[in-house]
Write a protein that binds this ligand. Structure first.
Ligand SMILES: *Cc1c(COP(=O)(O)O)cnc(C)c1O
Length: 344
């Protein structure tokens, strides 16, 4: 039986068109700034996000790290960050140990930071305190199940930071999912941010790569920090070629992933023992509460795997399923049928 893989949108494979583009890409040494395909991708990304310049990096984690190193600029200070944010929760503490920031965690509510709570976390300068200099945002919000931070809330959060002299970094790993779900452009979200990183390697189907955008000055300085952490790449046009296909061909179809996630959520919530908060399904992720089955998270994951459905554990109460171009309507319907018989 072929496995239906709903573990993550990071598992998407490059399209045939991407592989062709990679094979035929015009290449040069990108550390010298001479890879025309990288330069084309970076220009395209900067234009789409409405920023002056862009920089290709290896991963989303490197995109956040290099952005945070650039904002720290050797000074560090305090970064206001959601305790549920990827950059705080899943990135090995690089913001502290490598970039030199002291985190001031503020907990989000279903992916939403509260502007008043963020304002309260920004302490007045005092000889006792690290100086608050940066706010980190995330959209879509991964740990809440791909929730979309609405543009008006996003703008209020940016304003709170800027009024107090803090810069804003947006971890927009899935910024195009957010923009499509919110009915705005990625540039609308980027407008109030000093830096944004987004991933090419998730639903956009590239084999690897993320992009940082910001002012020309910020990106020049980011280039130095990327090199310091070993991210200076040579004929990186092979990566950028796939990225160009991603930005031209793979964004509009994200709406299909969102529709299929809703279909999956409705199907799963009809299965005895499973429940889904339908309001939480805004993009391509579905967090499914399994406590009604009486099974542990690992037991549910194993049972579904035996039935040919791969899901991610979100212990102790839930599993996560993510739709992608490899799991269309037919695969979703088949997965729901397999889940029903596995857990019934
Ligand atoms: C996946 C992800 C990242 C990191 O990307 P990698 O390419 O896996 O390093 C950063 N932030 C968020 C919100 C993500 O979902």
């Amino acid at each position: 039986m072929d496995m239906l893989n709903f573990r993550s949108d990071t598992q998407t494979l490059p399209t045939e068109e991407m592989l062709d583009a990679m094979r035929h890409a015009e290449l040069g040494d990108d550390v010298f700034g001479e890879d025309p395909t990288v330069n084309k991708l970076q220009d395209m990304a900067a234009r789409m996000l409405g920023k002056e310049a862009a920089l290709l990096v290896i991963s989303g984690t490197m995109g956040n790290l290099v952005s945070l190193m650039t904002h720290a600029d050797g000074l560090g200070g305090e970064v206001i960050v959601d305790s549920e944010a990827h950059v705080f929760y899943y990135e090995g503490g690089g913001m502290c140990s490598i970039a030199g920031w002291t985190p001031m965690p503020v907990r989000s509510h279903a992916g939403m930071l509260d502007p008043d709570e963020v304002a309260a976390a920004i302490r007045k300068p005092d000889v006792h305190y690290p100086t608050a200099r940066l706010l980190c945002l995330e959209n879509t919000h991964n740990r809440s199940g791909g929730r979309v931070v609405p543009l008006d809330l996003h703008k209020r959060l940016c304003a709170v930071a800027h009024e107090r002299g803090l810069a804003v970094h947006l971890d927009g790993a899935r910024i195009f999912n957010a923009a499509i779900a919110a009915g705005v452009s990625a540039a609308d979200y980027a407008a109030d941010c000093d830096s944004v990183q987004f991933c090419l390697s998730k639903s956009l189907s590239c084999p690897l790569g993320s992009v940082i955008v910001g002012t020309r000055d910020f990106i020049e300085r980011a280039k130095f920090h990327r090199k310091r952490v070993g991210g200076g790449m040579r004929q990186a046009g092979v990566i950028a070629a796939a990225g160009i296909v991603a930005l031209t061909k793979m964004i509009d179809r994200l709406a299909d992933d969102h529709a299929n996630a809703k279909l999956l959520a409705r199907g799963a919530s009809d299965i005895p023992g499973l429940s889904v908060d339908m309001a939480s399904v805004e993009t391509n992720m579905v967090n499914i509460d399994h406590t009604g089955t009486g099974l542990s998270t690992d037991e549910v994951v194993d049972k579904l795997k035996a039935a040919g459905v791969l899901v991610s554990p979100r212990p102790p109460r839930a599993i996560r399923m993510v739709t992608s171009r490899h799991t269309g309507r037919a695969e979703v319907e088949e997965a729901v049928a397999r889940m029903r018989s596995a857990l019934g």
